[in-house]
Design a protein around this ligand. Sequence first.
Ligand code: N2P
Length: 390
Amino acid sequence: MVRAGKEDPELNMLMPPPDRRVGRRSFLQVAGLLVAAGAAGYAGGTVAGWGDDDPAAPAAGGQAAPGARPADRLLNIYNWSDYIDDRTIPLFQALTNLRVNYDVYSSNEDLLARMRAGPTGYDIIVPTNNFIPTYLKLGLIQPLRQDLIPNLTNLDREFVETDYDPGNRYTVPYQWGTTGIGFNRRRAGEAVDSWAAVFEPSQAMGGHVSLLREVTDLIGCALIYLGKSPNSIKDADLAEVVRLVRSIKPKLKGFTTDTYIDELAANETWVAQGWSGDVFQAQDQNPDVSYVIPKEGSLRFVDVMAVPKGAPHPGNAARFINYVLHPKVQARISKYVSYGTPVSLSKPLLPSDQTSDPAIYPPASTKLSILTLTGQKLQKWQAAYDAIVK
Ligand code: N2P
């Protein structure tokens, strides 16, 4: 299966870096795919997509102005690993004549640390909604060019009327999902339904259990398992979380956010705290893998596209955001990554086994909390996380 990562043969088609300002080791040089794509068949009628994937793009200025300087025709995207199909970027490039650099990260903490360290050259980042108050407080993101995003009207209302960014002034949802447990039915049995499977694993699972390397999910889900408020900042509750998770460390394979898909797929990990779509991507490769939202309840998240303050190409960022909001593009991404779409207009284009799957689109009765991680809570949870992981 092809995923957006260093191993992706198409996205990873290496081209000379267009602009060193954003260069780094793992940068995916999809830039230049436009050129390559001509040879690969995007030419002619398949310069596909005008009036197809994104009818609003020309009106929104999707095509670079003739004579625009090459540096203006770039778009630098920093997204989660394993979070895009293999056609969206090449098609966007063919459609707009922009060159895209696509790089990946694997936790909100990594992303935030990177953004706090100084200018990065990225035009789009995709933090999780619970971090948005922090980005706003620190002045790390800028208002969106909403005039270039007419497809904002495609968003479902619940993704517009949010507490973290009402009216989408700074952020636009990309995909959403839940935190749960991915497990191998042959190794762990069919009956996994509780957070106990990862927070108090049996001896038999020893060495084959992983937890998420992400503050919100690790601390939040452990609090839920212990019967505490998923928003607790009580020192006693957090100390209990630290004690519990430290005590099971010898049984863990590790803390990870970007290797457990492959490890579940390869039968190396048998029980993993994980995000819904990631586990389904593992299931695509290994039918013994299942996903469950534990009976104690869990977390729901929305990953949102935002433009860093000082981004070199905010207009191009808006054009990409507009493209991603097209129902066809949403359907293509969602189908591939198996996460939920914030654009219900795309659901008729998705396989019905996805849209009817309660593990992807849980019913309202499923106990799911959306957490915010700011101020004192961020500090205390980070300290608890560090005491566990480091
Ligand atoms: C993609 C994981 C995205 C979900 N692999 C984390 N918010």
